[in-house]
Design a protein around this ligand. Structure first.
Ligand SMILES: NC(=O)c1ccc[n+]([C@@H]2O[C@H](COP(=O)([O-])OP(=O)(O)OC[C@H]3O[C@@H](n4cnc5c(N)ncnc54)[C@H](O)[C@@H]3O)[C@@H](O)[C@H]2O)c1
Length: 274
């Protein structure tokens, strides 16, 4: 396909499905070697075998030792690390803020926040030691940008991931290690399909309807954002959140001003030079 990521080595958590799978596919197509780190062993093994320049490791991101092991595996198997994509996730606790159980809250944070922290920490450990920079990426969400796009715990964790991304970017900049986040909108993947009983057509319609561009989004389009941020073309970009949502958060509705008869709201116009 291309050579945007030629010779680079990446770890993708949640690489067995959805956005992570599409990212693993694109990275290999662009010349990278990829470690797929996931709890889904069958899907992860099969994908690694299909891609060739890839390796699967069974990793539950709530375990720091397991995440550290995935990073070390990349170095052992492919000789180095260039990019860590902290992407694994699920929706987690749902329901009213008045009823969420502490156990469900903590289980959500353990994966969506602690798991990302472990990935950033251990990628930084290896990249600093290695020298020569690198790219650490996190998957947040449009739910990380404001309230009302997701469940309470999910929204909280995705906001926190942006904070972690910026904070780590500040520390790691002198090492030329860039830390950036990708915030997808409504992506059609097993995670979102679970919300509509697996009805892809309904999800496609809903996602397209919600965006001002009337575009439903599939995982490969999110993968493109990761490929850019991992590439040398993004070497000046750090501490940023790249929102990939077909304009959903930029302008969910066409404002009255854009469809009104041409005119001017303000003091009477006096014409040029008068
Ligand atoms: N689909 C969307 O609309 C959407 C929108 C914004 C953000 N996101 C985020 O994108 C990321 C990927 O989601 P997706 O849509 O591809 O979902 P997905 O369900 O297709 O993929 C998630 C992957 O993460 C893995 N995973 C879950 N918990 C894990 C754990 N504890 N340890 C290791 N692996 C684990 C799963 O096995 C799965 O392979 C998530 O962080 C999600 O919050 C998704």
């Amino acid at each position: 396909m291309g050579d945007r990521l030629k010779g680079k080595v990446a770890v993708v958590t949640g690489g067995a499905s959805g956005i992570g799978e599409a990212t693993a596919r694109l990275f290999v197509a662009e010349g990278a070697s990829v470690v797929i780190a996931d709890v889904q062993a069958d899907a992860g093994e099969a994908l690694a075998a299909e891609l060739g320049q890839a390796s699967f490791v069974h990793v539950d991101i709530t375990s720091e030792a397991a995440v550290a092991g995935a990073v070390d595996h990349a170095v052992k198997r492919f000789g180095r690390l260039d990019c860590m994509i902290n992407n694994a996730g699920f929706i987690g606790a749902i329901g009213s803020i008045r009823t969420i159980e502490a156990e469900a809250w903590r289980a959500t944070m353990a994966a969506l926040l602690d798991g990302v922290f472990f990935g950033v920490k251990h990628a930084a450990r290896v990249l600093v030691e290695q020298g020569g920079g690198g790219s650490i990426l996190t998957t947040t969400s449009i739910a990380g940008l404001r309230g009302g796009f997701g469940a309470h715990a999910y929204t909280t964790a995705k906001h926190a991931v942006i904070g972690l991304t910026r904070s780590a970017a500040a520390e790691l900049a002198p090492h030329r290690i860039r830390v950036n986040a990708v915030a997808p909108g409504n992506v059609i993947s097993p995670l979102s399909l679970a919300l509509v009983g697996g009805d892809e057509e309904a999800m496609d319609r809903m996602a397209a309807e919600a965006s001002p561009m009337k575009l439903a989004m599939y995982p490969p389009e999110t993968a493109e954002a990761f490929a850019y941020l991992a590439s040398d073309g993004a070497r000046q970009v750090t501490g940023q959140v790249l929102v990939v949502d077909a304009g959903l958060t930029m302008a969910p509705e066409i404002p009255f001003f854009h469809t009104a008869e041409p005119g001017f709201i303000g003091p009477p116009l006096r014409g040029p030079g008068s």
